[in-house]
Design a protein around this ligand. Sequence first.
Ligand SMILES: NC(=O)c1ccc[n+]([C@@H]2O[C@H](COP(=O)([O-])OP(=O)(O)OC[C@H]3O[C@@H](n4cnc5c(N)ncnc54)[C@H](O)[C@@H]3O)[C@@H](O)[C@H]2O)c1
Length: 261
Amino acid sequence: MSGSMQGKIVIVTGAAGSIGHATALTLAAAGADLMLVDINGEGLAARRGAVEAAGGRVETFTGDCSRSADVAGYVADTLKAFGRIDGLFNNAGTEGKLGPTHEYEEEEFDRIIRINLKSMFLGLRHVLPVLVGQGRGAVVNTGSIASERGLAGACAYNASKHGVIGLTRTAASEVGVHGVRVNAVMPGVIDTPLLEAMLKMMFNGDVAAGKRTLGRIATQDRIGQPAEVGEIATFLLSDKASYVNGAAWAVDGGALSTIRH
Ligand SMILES: NC(=O)c1ccc[n+]([C@@H]2O[C@H](COP(=O)([O-])OP(=O)(O)OC[C@H]3O[C@@H](n4cnc5c(N)ncnc54)[C@H](O)[C@@H]3O)[C@@H](O)[C@H]2O)c1
């Protein structure tokens, strides 16, 4: 079998979740061997078989991506199992509570910044030295359409996702000269449990109405599927994207391109 990721070793964080799992499937089908990372060990175990069936060797690491020791752990385990690292899909994240900025709980703000932004920094901090040392490799960080627009009620999530793009552009400008690329995907409204958790809060429990309403922000009048993000993340991790660095790639059905709703 040959594919755009043939023989490459890729770490996927948040791999027990929807976008992480869909991307792991796409990467495996394209020929990659994978280290799947998540804080949810049971979820990883439940999803592992499907990724193996898609092709390639799979290892798992259960840990908290916002803890330096755990990030160092998944990097060490990957090197031990596979001998090198070619890519990181730096994707673990959470939605956080909703509330206006002027009433937002400080502890919740810190929690979301730690999970959504510090974990991205730690992934870069621990994986980039390996990639730079090899003189090749690629990282894709998961931002959001909330990386580029305000989102009422989600100050912590929004700030964290704006920060992801700042990290992406800064790291890209530092490591490009070493043969390493760092890009971001910015998913729009994607059909996942994370979205459903947000919609429950925003639409008084009526998730279906929320999906219909939020689907309208896209030019295509629908929400997206996790695999549609996975395809772009896989492309950006592959050598096909060899001249793409520091990009923030929207996967949002055109939502950011329009003032439609
Ligand atoms: N679903 C959407 O509409 C949407 C839109 C834009 C961006 N995103 C982003 O996509 C990424 C993936 O989200 P998803 O939609 O697949 O959600 P999801 O809840 O299905 O997956 C997130 C995964 O991250 C894991 N995780 C959370 N905190 C962790 C930590 N500290 N350490 C390790 N793992 C941790 C969770 O256990 C879960 O498996 C997130 O960064 C999210 O912000 C999602």
